[in-house]
Design a protein around this ligand. Structure first.
Ligand SMILES: [Zn+2]
Ligand SMILES: [Zn+2]
Length: 171
């Protein structure tokens, strides 16, 4: 199994390196960073001033059999009927998309905290990857598969799968 992180937009190299290491630590498999595409305009909704998550997800194509692909976007994502989403996954294609936008302290008018940002982003990527392995949401608030309604939920949970979820992941 290998995991490919694809850049959607302009994301710093240091950030992608941090995410590569964080995700690799959890799954214990090779993680590579790949150029995706920076032209996200096809998914932009002028009225919402946000990007349609499902469109970006579809444009990632299909992962190979022993692969998972996660598009990492620097823009704010939405799906109809929700104000925003941290990410979205598709089990059939083995792909997911995650937004970094609402994971920074700066977004909330706070001083930057790079370590906290990387931790949050790692959790959201691991969470969406869990969905690509067919996992649903977990009731354990410390488990990475717990649903994040907001950042407080993300900060409470760990980047790791709980003892119920972990065995369901077959790499
Ligand atoms: Zn989820
Ligand atoms: Zn769990």
């Amino acid at each position: 199994m290998k995991i490919t992180l694809k850049l959607l937009g302009n994301i710093r190299d240091e950030t992608m390196e941090g995410l590569r290491d964080g995700v690799g630590d959890v799954f214990q498999c090779p993680v590579q960073v790949d150029t995706g595409f920076s032209d996200l305009v096809q998914a932009y909704d002028v009225e919402r001033k946000q990007y349609y998550s499902s469109k970006l997800l579809a444009s990632l194509g299909k992962a190979e059999r022993e692969e998972r692909i996660v598009g990492v976007a620097d823009v704010d994502l939405y799906v109809p009927r929700l104000n925003f989403v941290f990410g979205e996954a598709d089990v059939d294609s083995g792909t997911a998309v995650v937004s970094l936008c609402r994971l920074t302290q700066e977004y909330y008018g706070l001083a930057p905290d790079e370590a906290l940002f990387l931790e949050r982003a790692t959790k959201e990527i691991v969470h969406e990857l869990g969905h690509t392995f067919g996992l649903g949401h977990c009731s354990n608030s410390r488990c990475v598969m717990h649903f994040s309604n907001g950042l407080a939920d993300t900060d409470l949970k760990q980047a790791l799968f709980c003892s119920v979820c972990r065995p369901k992941i077959i790499l």
